[in-house]
Design a protein around this ligand. Structure first.
Ligand code: NAD
Length: 379
């Protein structure tokens, strides 16, 4: 088989040349290793904290189109533990200093950055420069400027980019998207989404440290509320106004505790957002002209639960959202299928986050947004 470069392979895929191949049954000669048929793409997780250990690595054990091929960690003790647990060869283990040499490793196709938010941009850009496709955890970065830098680095390197928005691959989310698009209950008039939990841990944790997190509840759970306001209306907001509430300033010294926001969408559709590090909330309510749909719980790892105004249950067999998300991205790379969570979606959400913080700073002023269709992905 003729050896093709990663960039030309990607270009060919995006032109749909390999679009009819069936993953898993047709061997794809991929990337740097023409002799070895690659049916699954190798993922390296960067940052082996609670999300990598609790959700991503287990999800990868069941994935059909990708597998856990490598790790990047700053904690030497984790190397041995992960190598033994997941059968990872020493040659696929990196630390933050030697990470760039991952460029030479044909086992690694995708680098998945699962570090504190302020470290996303640096590691995503280094991954792109190493010629690897990139998954960046949410929130994409701590500023719109950093989102742009990640998007540009991936474009320049000719690699694919996705944000770790697991809900975009979840069937419950996609049922809401279908109801919005096909209008069995008419058009959406109002959407309300709540996402929060009570933070009781170490007050010095990175999530409560602005330099590492870029913000509090809004940067953590609020991103889910922004996402579900948008997929719950099928549109981007045209303005946002926001308020901040604080009841435990001694604990939330550096980051926002609770935020509410109101979004205006085209044609008079209204959206409501609640996010908190000091209240439990996990719900989406969509009001249509002739009924409603609700997911509760909505943003957690599942099983989720949903219902509509005519008594129907929204129900799917439970699957790992992370497995579905990483498989979707692997299929996007190998077959040119849709990228359900592209970099532009992460950037758009960061534009809204910045507008919410601006509104709070300016006493709840309405901030206009000019997003067009940025980051809207239709199934
Ligand atoms: P965590 O604190 O459990 O893990 C963070 C990892 O980063 C650890 O391995 C830690 O050693 C490493 N690290 C490197 N430098 C660090 C520093 N200066 N300070 C603190 N840790 C440092 O965090 P997590 O819950 O795994 O979150 C990691 C990322 O994943 C965040 O961006 C978070 O928003 C995202 N996340 C996403 C989801 C989701 O559902 N998509 C869920 C949880 C976390």
């Amino acid at each position: 088989m003729k050896k093709i470069s990663r960039r030309s392979f990607n270009t060919k895929l995006s032109q749909g040349i390999a679009g009819t191949a069936i993953l898993g049954s047709v061997g794809l000669g991929y990337g740097f290793s023409p002799k070895k048929e690659k049916k699954k793409l190798g993922i390296a997780l960067v940052g082996l904290g609670s999300y990598s250990g609790g959700q991503l690595a287990p999800g990868l054990q069941d994935a059909e189109h990708c597998y856990l091929a490598g790790i990047v960690t700053g904690t030497p003790a984790k190397e041995k533990e992960w190598m033994a647990k997941y059968n990872i060869p020493r040659k696929n283990v990196y630390n933050y200093e030697n990470f760039d040499s991952i460029a030479k490793n044909p086992d690694i196709d995708i680098v998945y950055v699962v570090l504190p938010n302020s470290m996303h941009a640096e590691f995503c850009i280094r991954a792109a420069k190493a010629g690897k496709h990139v998954i960046c955890e949410k929130p994409m970065a701590v500023s719109v400027a950093e989102c742009d830098a990640i998007i540009n680095a991936c474009k320049e390197a000719g690699v694919k980019l996705s944000v770790g928005y697991r809900m975009q691959s979840d069937p419950y989310t996609n049922e809401i998207k279908r109801l919005v698009k096909e209008k069995p209950y008419g058009s959406v008039r109002y959407v309300s989404s709540d996402a929060g939990y009570i933070s009781r841990g170490n007050p010095d944790q990175w999530r409560l440290n602005h330099a590492l997190s870029g913000g509090g509840a809004l940067m953590n759970m609020g991103v889910y509320s922004i996402q579900s306001n948008i997929y719950g209306t099928g549109q981007n907001p045209i303005s946002v106004a926001a308020q901040e509430f604080s009841s435990k300033p001694e604990y939330f010294k550096d980051t926002d505790e609770t935020i509410t926001a109101q979004m205006e969408f085209p044609e008079g559709v209204v959206g409501n957002l609640f996010t908190s590090h000091n209240a439990n909330a996990n719900r989406l309510f969509v009001s249509f002209e002739k009924g409603w749909a609700e997911l509760n719980p909505c943003h957690s790892y599942g099983p989720l639960s949903g219902r509509t105004s005519d008594g129907k249950e929204i129900k799917y067999p439970h699957q790992s959202q992370q497995k579905l998300q990483m498989d979707d991205f692997a299929k996007h790379i190998m077959l040119g299928t849709t990228n359900y969570a592209p970099g532009e979606m992460g950037k758009r959400d960061m534009i809204i986050v910045e507008a919410i913080y601006k509104s709070i700073k300016e006493g709840g002023k309405k901030i206009p947004l000019d997003l067009g269709d940025m980051g809207i992905v239709r199934r």
